[in-house]
Design a protein around this ligand. Structure first.
Ligand SMILES: Cc1cc2nc3c(=O)[nH]c(=O)nc-3n(C[C@H](O)[C@H](O)[C@H](O)COP(=O)(O)OP(=O)(O)OC[C@H]3O[C@@H](n4cnc5c(N)ncnc54)[C@H](O)[C@@H]3O)c2cc1C
Length: 379
């Protein structure tokens, strides 16, 4: 890594160790998101790392951003997912497809961390098959009226601005994936309704809510790009997002390895530290190898993105491998801790739960394999 990357890494590590890790257990227990942490992330520049300086971001490369994100996840995965969604999806979509006026109004404050963003694609009946979404945008004077509901939206309650995918085609002329628009919707708009907060297995501090739109008016200047292109923009956004989830999963796994190394050195059985047993050493080695491989693949995807190469295949590979590595590593971490790994007193119990959803959101592992296979045939 470059000198600058090392500096950012140590800044993120210091913040995560000082401000996140000591509270992670309590936030998980109370399913409480520390909203004030968003302010701190903004002050550090971590909510605008990929946004060019001309729009008040830091204009950094993807590897540097993912290195910081991994460190934040090492401290608390729930904070990391809020950071990942904001950086990867709404901001990148506005940067790529927004007009200068939209960038001025939304992207600039998002880059400074004054507005927190979210991404609203999934619906109760449209998850993996997201193009089957039903939320409807109907043309009206000077804009569109949104009606419908979204499921499992990260930052959907306390966030400030969502990029919402809704149908811009009409009931009489359905156009599938090409009949969807992407809209910039502030969460204080009239008709934006925050529904049920999900009571989750892991990443419990992260806010995941249902949201609904009831006769919600969005002006023409809140539509991103072209009306029928929103789903394509969302998929491009997910190429970025999946690298973020890969870095996040690597951070969870790294934390689990560190706890395991410490525990195996302290815990004595048969008169010696359990780290002296070959059975334990092989576990720790296998864990470390998967983490290094996950990180390398994630950075490979980041380098491709920064070089302007196509990234769908690599970002899906990174997300798939890193999320499965996180499940493997956290499962082994519980095993290394024995009975103590199964109780909440030790952090590996939380890390095991936190890891699981990385195999589900922003496309399940099955969907990643489908994307990878499709891309292999495209070459
Ligand atoms: C904590 C959390 C946060 C989230 N945050 C957001 C967010 O901010 N914004 C947002 O838009 N969404 C969000 N989601 C939604 C998430 O992206 C979806 O849950 C995910 O895409 C899977 O959709 P689904 O849950 O409907 O599962 P389904 O699509 O119903 O899948 C059920 C099972 O079938 C499998 N399956 C489906 N289709 C295929 C296929 N073609 N081939 C093989 N297997 C298949 C799946 O892999 C899975 O195992 C979040 C979800 C969670 C849990």
């Amino acid at each position: 890594m470059t000198e600058e990357q090392l500096q950012i890494q140590s800044l993120a590590r210091e913040f995560a160790e000082g401000e996140l890790r000591p509270h992670a257990e309590e936030w998980d227990r109370d399913a409480h998101f520390p909203r004030e942490v968003i302010g701190s992330l903004g002050e550090l520049g971590f909510l605008g790392m990929l946004i060019p300086e001309e729009w008040d971001g830091l204009g950094m490369d993807t590897t540097t951003y993912l290195t910081a994100l991994e460190e934040i996840a090492r401290g608390d995965a729930s904070v990391a997912v809020a950071m990942s969604v904001h950086n990867s999806l709404p901001t990148q979509m506005i940067l790529a497809h927004g007009s200068d006026a939209q960038k001025e109004r939304w992207l600039r404050p998002m880059a400074r961390g004054e507005l927190l963003g979210g991404f609203a694609l999934s619906e109760a009946e449209a998850g993996s098959d997201a193009a089957a979404l039903a939320a409807q945008a109907t043309r009206t004077d000077g804009g569109w009226v949104l009606n419908g509901a979204k499921a499992w939206i990260t930052n959907g309650g306390f966030g400030d601005v969502m990029v919402v995918m809704a149908r811009t085609d009409t009931p009489g002329d359905r156009r599938g994936a090409k009949g969807i628009g992407a809209f910039i919707v502030p969460t204080d708009a009239e008709g934006y309704i925050v529904g049920k907060k999900e009571d989750k297995m892991g990443q419990r501090a992260s806010e995941t809510v249902g949201i609904a739109f009831k006769e919600l008016f969005v002006a023409d200047d809140q539509l991103l790009g072209e009306p029928g292109m929103g789903f394509i923009y969302a998929l491009q956004g997910l190429d970025n997002g999946r690298m973020g989830i890969a870095a996040l999963a690597t951070g969870i796994a790294q934390a689990a390895l560190e706890h395991s190394l410490g525990y195996a050195a302290e815990r004595k059985q048969f008169g010696t530290a359990v780290r002296e047993f070959q059975g334990m050493q092989w576990k720790l080695a296998n864990m470390a190898v998967r983490i290094e491989a996950a990180r390398a693949l994630t950075h490979r995807a980041a380098a491709a993105k920064d070089a302007g190469e196509p990234v769908s295949r690599l970002s899906s590979m990174a997300k798939l491998f890193a999320s499965e590595a996180a499940m493997y590593v956290t499962t082994e971490a519980v095993q290394v801790h024995g009975g103590y790994g199964y109780v909440k007193e030790y952090p590996v119990e939380r890390l095991f739960r936190d890891a699981k959803v990385t195999e589900i959101y922003e496309g399940t592992s099955e969907v990643q394999r489908t994307v990878i296979a499709r891309e292999l045939y495209r070459q």
